[in-house]
Design a protein around this ligand. Structure first.
Ligand SMILES: [Zn+2]
Length: 463
């Protein structure tokens, strides 16, 4: 396998092939085939997001993939933002449709067609739903598995509230959800308020979750948006308050995608392959029986051990394939399995297993009764992943105070006055975009370009 540090891009493509996550040989560019192992990882990520969303009373729905042109064009600014990316369905069989239908690029127009039917009174609020579906965007840029694709695996939450303040509370609640998701995925991130020219079309403001990736580019892995009354006015979403007055709702959204998978592959992986936080590992413990004179007994013992840890809810498997142990070790390490049990004659006779951590070189021998501590061992791997990711994050998001130093390959924090003029100067010279002001941070200093008053901001080349 390619060395990760030397050529991240090659390494990334290669590991996706080797670990059999997705296949990009489908005959439509940017539309990849999800393979079982990759799909399972994605579904495990979905499960985490679903759990934390439902905990906060955001309920799952599923909307049609098609949106009529008429509904899509209600919100001018919004449709402007997606104009060049929309796939259109124009025919039903041989008949030209009366009105063109779009494959959703996101679901505001679909959902806000229904909101006025469902939201009538203040007692219907707050109203909170999400869906996990495919959305379609005709990407013209270079496509890349899980990072830039034309059929996107997408989580979108949409909420409606009595006023702006309650919508702002929702924005903070999204961040609580995100914090838990990111912790399970062992990820660090920067919260950046996108500049006005880069916010979500139709939003009052957008906060993005940006993370440095190998290859000296940052990846936007998620966003939350405050809409205020912008969409409510266009889609006529009103409610009656306690006094019987009709008012527009205030809305928010939260989006995540398969880019989370890209971040996990890119940030945690090493020269041996994937390294997976246990919550998203399709196999959490792989048991490798080592051939010996009592192989049948070794196999039976291995299956018993599997049964015992499965009782704790652990996803475990015995690798009974006809390969050498060495081949199996490499194969499962490449696929990122957090823990490996090796079981041979000695372990069989001693009633033990030899435990190897994906993140450490050393092996330890544990007694059968110690299997009840399986989550401690899984958490050891998670802690190792978190520590390594944190070090990478801190090393790749650096503070700079002089314009010339913005040429570093890393993501940069610097003071910025917020003007387009200054960010253009940075972009033209260093190909780094303004990701925006750091959220919830009041530090101020001189703009790194013009010297006027500035706020702490982040700049980076982006994927
Ligand atoms: Zn400036």
């Amino acid at each position: 396998m390619e060395n990760k540090k030397d050529d991240f891009s090659e390494w990334y493509n290669e590991i996706i092939d080797l670990a059999r996550l997705s296949d990009k040989r489908y005959n439509i560019k940017g539309m990849n085939v999800w393979l079982p192992y990759g799909l399972k990882m994605m579904h495990l990520i979905d499960d985490i997001i679903r759990e934390y969303s439902e905990e906060k009373n955001i309920q799952e729905v599923s909307f049609p993939v098609l949106i009529s042109r008429e509904r899509l064009e209600v919100e001018f600014e919004h449709v402007k933002g997606f104009e060049n990316e929309i796939y259109w369905v124009t025919h039903g069989g041989k008949d030209k449709l009366d009105i063109d239908l779009a494959l959703r690029p996101t679901s505001e127009s679909a959902m806000y067609t229904m909101f006025p039917l469902w939201i009538r009174s203040h007692s219907d609020l707050p109203f909170k739903i999400f869906q996990i579906v495919s959305v379609y965007r005709y990407e013209t840029k270079h496509t890349r598995s899980f990072i830039r694709v034309r059929e996107i695996h997408f989580y979108e939450a949409h909420t409606a509230h009595v006023d702006y303040e309650d919508a702002e509370n929702q924005m903070r609640e999204y961040l609580n959800i995100w914090e838990k998701v990111a912790s399970d995925l062992c990820m660090d991130y920067s919260l950046d308020i996108r500049p006005d020219w880069d916010k979500f079309p139709g939003a009052k403001y957008s906060v993005a979750f940006d993370t440095p990736m190998p290859g000296f580019r940052s990846l936007q892995v998620g966003t939350i948006h405050e809409y205020g009354e912008n969409f409510a006015r266009d889609y006529n979403i009103k409610y009656e308050d306690e006094k019987g007055t009709l008012k527009y709702v205030n809305q928010t959204t939260f989006g995540l995608s398969e880019r989370l998978l890209a971040a996990i592959i890119g940030i945690h992986g090493d020269d041996k392959g994937l390294v997976l936080p246990y919550k998203i590992a399709p196999v959490q413990v792989i048991i490798v029986p080592i051939a010996g004179e009592n192989y049948d007994n070794i196999l039976n013992y291995s299956r018993e051990i599997m049964g015992e840890i499965k009782k704790f809810g652990v996803r475990a498997d015995v690798d009974e394939r006809d390969y050498t142990p060495g081949y199996k070790f490499n194969d499962w390490e490449m696929r990122g399995v957090p823990l490996r049990f090796e079981i041979g004659n000695r372990e069989l006779n001693e009633n033990t297993v030899t435990l190897s951590f994906r993140t450490q070189k050393k092996k330890i021998k544990i007694k059968r009764e110690e299997l009840s501590k399986i989550y401690d061992y899984l958490n050891t791997v998670n802690d190792d992943i978190k520590n390594k990711a944190k070090a990478f994050f801190e090393d790749n998001l650096v503070m700079e105070t002089s314009f010339e130093n913005l040429g570093t390959e890393k993501m940069v924090k610097a003071y910025w006055c917020g003007s387009r003029e200054c960010s253009d100067k940075i972009e033209n010279r260093f190909e780094k975009a303004a990701l925006g002001r750091v959220y919830n941070n009041s530090d101020s200093g001189k703009c790194i370009v013009c010297g006027k008053g500035g706020k702490l901001s982040v700049f980076s080349r982006t994927y």
